[in-house]
Ligand binder design. Structure first.
Ligand code: DI6
Ligand code: FE
Length: 409
């Protein structure tokens, strides 16, 4: 029986995301000690005599798990609004890439930036996520494409988690593009034999990702990257089936990948392999929207097969300059026809699973980190339904309460 806690949030409604659906509890409370949830449930069931050092009256607001953005490229330098303008005048993404723009434009800017500059340019994007209740973010490298600059990007990502109260998980995406003037296979060999061992030795990434596409790397090259990652104890992820079906998700699932991301062109064999492996389908509606893709991810088939579905911003300067998880949820519903429950689970419970952190974050349950988002809403659906409106009242990370309006603290 819990007798003492550091903080008790009470007079709240809860969306626990524990079990199926949102797991809503009307008139509930949450108690935390040493950064972890020690009790959560209906107020009527609060343990008798529970002592709290601090009590926070939530005035009938809703508390859910802090949001988790499980797929971002938010550490980069420079700006590609010029390419956006060119596309509005008729240029294609491929035309721009051929002229030295696209990913390689960001690579040039990222290489030129010092680690401090990279950090300074990335911080406002992180702040935008924080302002919408994000408590954990995954950040990929992939705009350095040399060991030196990939390590710089990963260090900058880790430092974001020291500057702000947020969990940062880093993923090495050296296999994002081939640097100019380098043979693609020679580059993949370097990724596998030089970069992955060095990133692992420096402890700078938990996972390794690959952009598997006919304009990027083949499934054979992805398999090579996965083998190297696993040899060094790193988890794996894939950008797959975004523009065409390369069977990358199936390959990744057979390697036990945490997630396969994008997957608009995924087929039934890929879905079956993901279901068998428990690989999460991470859907990225911001990239779908910004590239004006028309092929929808196979949402109903994923549901039927029991594949877990996560949602993320894919924040990147080319195909998804998006730093709003709330808008990503609305797009998940409006564009992909995900249900409200699926959108909310996609940015909490299933996002945690896509990062391999489902035992630590993503739900309101005893033993998990006390990472909360406190919302000024009437019902959970408000978070998905409204467009361009941010009802975040406060954010809690490992039990530390951050009021957005200091007068309410
Ligand atoms: N898929 C994408 O859509 C982005 N990267 C990736 O692997 C594109 C990133 C960019 O254009 O900078
Ligand atoms: Fe991405």
């Amino acid at each position: 029986m819990v007798q003492h806690c550091d903080t008790l949030w009470h007079n709240a409604h809860l969306m626990t995301l524990d079990g199926a659906g949102t797991g809503s509890v009307r008139d509930g409370a949450i108690a935390a000690r040493d950064g972890r949830i020690v009790w959560v449930g209906p107020t009527a069931a609060l343990p008798d005599g529970l002592q709290a050092d601090h009590e926070i009256d939530c005035d009938g607001r809703w508390i859910g798990p802090g949001l988790i953005d499980c797929h971002t490229h938010l550490v980069y330098a420079g700006n590609r609004a010029n390419e956006f303008e060119q596309r509005l005048l008729g240029a294609s993404y491929a035309d721009i890439a051929r002229d030295g723009g696209g990913i390689l434009a960001t690579v040039r800017a990222t290489r030129e930036a010092s680690e401090d500059e990279l950090l300074a340019q990335s911080l406002p994007r992180l702040e935008a996520l924080l302002a919408e209740g994000v408590t954990t973010v995954e950040v990929k490298s992939g705009y350095g494409l040399t060991l030196e600059h990939e390590l710089k990007q990963l260090r900058a990502a880790r430092r974001l988690g020291e500057l702000r109260d947020i969990g940062v998980a880093t993923t090495f995406l050296g296999a994002h593009a081939t640097p100019p003037g380098v043979d693609p296979q020679a580059y993949i060999d370097e990724v596998c034999t030089l970069m992955i061992p060095a990133v692992a030795a420096a402890g700078l990434a938990e996972a390794v990702d690959v952009f598997c596409e006919d304009i990027a790397f083949s499934t054979a090259q992805a398999a090579q990257v996965f083998a190297a990652a696993q040899e060094h104890g790193l988890k794996i992820k894939i950008h797959a089936e975004q523009l065409s079906n390369q069977h990358g998700a199936e390959l990744a699932a057979r390697h036990g990948a945490l997630s396969a991301d994008h997957i608009e062109y995924l087929d039934d064999a890929g879905i079956a392999a993901m279901a068998t492996a428990g690989t999460v389908a991470t859907l990225l509606p911001g990239a779908f929207y910004a590239t004006r893709e028309t092929r929808l991810p196979p949402v109903q088939a994923l549901r039927d097969a029991g594949v877990p579905i996560a949602l993320a911003t894919d924040c990147n300067p080319g195909t998804s300059p998006l730093t709003s998880p709330l808008l990503a949820m609305n797009m998940g519903a409006t564009l992909f026809r995900l249900t409200v429950d699926e959108c909310l689970a996609g940015f909490t419970r299933e996002a945690a699973r896509a990062m391999g952190r489902q035992q630590r974050i993503g739900r309101l349950a005893p033993g998990l980190d006390c990472d909360l988002a406190i919302w000024d809403i009437e019902a959970p659906a408000d978070l998905v339904y409204r467009i361009g409106f941010n009802p975040l009242h406060a954010r809690v990370r490992q039990g530390r309460h951050h009021s957005l309006r200091p007068e309410d603290a």
